[in-house]
Design a protein around this ligand. Structure first.
Ligand SMILES: O=P(O)(O)O[C@H]1O[C@H](CO)[C@@H](O)[C@H]1O
Ligand SMILES: O=c1cc[nH]c(=O)[nH]1
Length: 235
């Protein structure tokens, strides 16, 4: 049991799939895993452990933003001996070069956030995915004949802002899309020497205000869920 996760030691697998939304974690547990146990529901941030094609995998939410994923990923890495976390999230595209439902495998997360600096003394504005999870995602996507794009993304503290221009840091690091957690996940993994990757589905095109509707969303995210589950078999 850690401060924010009530699972007992040994109840969480070495590989954790981590959506932002607890209901997305529940959807994966209900639709893809067998022999499933809910191992934590502290603060309604659900964690489940079960089997996918015979391999033990856990799935649990990060919540939204750096403070939240910072807490969950740190406790999973340090108190539950988790080796690999694959975040599976949604993102907004800054450009019409991306389309709704595109799947991105994140190379680096660039951020204005001071999270990495004040947590671990990491001064970099852009932090790379950690370990071999990124490569395994690319390999798995190829095997599944799935088109994915390897890109840098902007990890932001901000969802709503007054200035519609693409933020300077996103321009500096060629980030075609924005989300809110990968930078802190990669910082924690870098400091602790763990594996971390982020797969994102484009859910909004910011310049045109197109977005995936609530009823399309569940089906739309299935491809990313399946890619992460198949990748998890390789650890
Ligand atoms: O779909 P998730 O994983 O929550 O990710 C994105 O969605 C949330 C904002 O709506 C932020 O957490 C952002 O990073
Ligand atoms: O962080 C996010 C996630 C989805 N869509 C956005 O515009 N921003």
């Amino acid at each position: 049991m850690s401060v924010h996760i009530s699972a007992k030691k040994g109840e969480i697998a070495k590989t954790v799939l981590m959506p932002g939304d607890p209901l997305r974690a529940q959807y994966i547990a209900d639709n893809y895993l067998t022999d499933v146990t809910m191992v934590s529901k502290t603060r309604n941030i659900y964690y489940f452990t079960g089997k996918f094609k015979g391999k033990e995998i856990s799935v649990g939410a990060s919540g939204m933003g750096f403070p939240s994923i910072g807490i969950y990923s740190y406790e999973l890495f340090t108190e539950y001996d988790v080796d690999t976390i694959i975040r599976i999230g949604t993102c907004g595209a800054y450009t019409t070069d991306l389309q709704l439902f595109d799947i991105l495998n994140v190379d680096k997360a660039a951020s204005e956030s001071t999270y990495a600096k004040f947590a671990w003394g990491i001064e970099d504005e852009a932090i790379a995915n950690q370990g071999n999870a990124f490569d395994k995602i690319n390999e798995t996507a190829k095997e599944l004949n799935l088109a994915t794009k390897a890109v840098n993304i902007h990890s932001s503290d901000i969802f709503y802002r007054k200035d519609p221009a693409v933020p300077a840091i996103a321009q500096k690091y060629n980030c075609p899309a924005v989300e809110m957690e990968a930078f802190a996940l990669f910082a924690n993994a870098q400091y602790l020497g763990k594996n971390a990757a982020t797969i994102l589905t484009v859910s909004d095109i910011i310049p045109t205000r197109e977005f995936i509707s609530a009823d399309q969303r569940e089906q739309a995210l299935r491809t990313m869920m399946e890619l992460s589950l198949e990748t998890a078999l390789k650890f």
